[in-house]
Design a protein around this ligand. Structure first.
Ligand SMILES: Nc1ncnc2c1ncn2[C@@H]1O[C@H](COP(=O)(O)OP(=O)(O)O)[C@@H](O)[C@H]1O
Ligand SMILES: [Mg+2]
Length: 259
């Protein structure tokens, strides 16, 4: 992508673009950092049926979330162009927690940031859920299982028919819903000086089961939740509840495979 590809609707809104660059990328989109004379923005672009759906959901969610006080980027505009979708939002000046941990910070910084990551999830789960995200008549899990069936039938996902049947038959015991992020892992949390300064990538924000966020938050990867004690630090600062191994498997190794 270069400057000339950027939709004119965006340029009309933000003014002349001085520079574009490409930050650390995710898996569903192309992300571009834009600089105008006095501000920095992010454009997130998708070109795939499922990812397009998610980007449109993310735009709606960011608008609802703007009243919560959570550190989420302000969304300015959404643009549809043939098969692609474009979202314009604020740039947040941090790096992903995943990237930060991969750079092997010293132990003190590492512990501090994992502890702040737990606090950040607590803050999400204790925020008042915006009305716009509460409007589902079905239970959150029913809605997610329905979306999982839809994704399995229409897109290339990692889950299988057998797994989905098991998830439908073998549900975890219900607990109280909270505001949830829906894709809460270290790639979607931006940090700076050991502090969480941004939470991004919100297409699955909902009034839903907080165990889904917890399960995704603590999944081990290289340099991430691979030290003895990482989980303990996280749960100490999160402080609300712990999940069982069975619940972890249900969400992280089960439901998440369809998204
Ligand atoms: N608002 C933002 N401010 C700063 N960097 C961002 C912002 N949004 C996305 N990024 C960068 O782009 C990467 C991918 O963005 P994300 O929304 O997570 O997309 P994906 O759905 O492809 O995972 C992030 O890890 C981060 O490096
Ligand atoms: Mg992401």
């Amino acid at each position: 992508m270069d400057i000339h590809d950027i939709p004119v609707e965006f340029v009309d809104q933000i003014g002349a673009i001085k520079n574009i660059s490409f930050p650390q990328q995710g898996h569903t989109s192309l992300v571009v950092k834009i600089e105008t004379r006095d501000q920095q923005f992010i454009i997130k672009k998708t070109e795939h049926g499922l990812f397009n759906e998610w980007l449109s959901e993310e735009y709606k969610a960011l608008q609802y979330l703007s009243t919560t006080g959570l550190p989420v980027p302000k969304a300015y505009a959404f643009h549809i162009q043939d098969k692609s979708r474009w979202l314009l939002m604020d740039y947040i000046d941090g790096i992903s927690l995943r990237h930060f941990l991969a750079c092997k910070p010293n132990l003190r910084d590492r512990e501090k940031v994992i502890s702040n990551y737990g606090l950040c999830l607590k803050q999400i789960h204790e925020s008042q859920c915006p009305v716009g995200l509460r409007k589902n008549d079905q239970s959150w899990l029913d809605m997610m299982l329905m979306k999982a069936s839809h994704n399995l039938a229409n897109y290339n996902v990692n889950g299988t028919e057998e797994l989905l049947i098991r998830l439908k038959n073998d549900r975890p015991k219900p607990i109280e819903n909270t505001l949830i992020h829906g894709d809460f892992h270290t790639n979607n949390v931006l940090v700076n000086y050991n502090n969480v300064i941004g939470i991004i990538d919100w297409p699955r924000a909902a009034f839903g089961d907080p165990r889904f966020d917890i399960a995704l938050a603590i999944r081990p990867k290289q340099d991430v939740f691979d030290h003895k004690g990482d989980k303990e630090l996280f749960f100490e600062s999160y402080g609300r509840l712990r999940i069982t191994d069975e619940e972890y498997r249900y969400f992280q190794e089960g439901l998440y495979k369809f998204f």
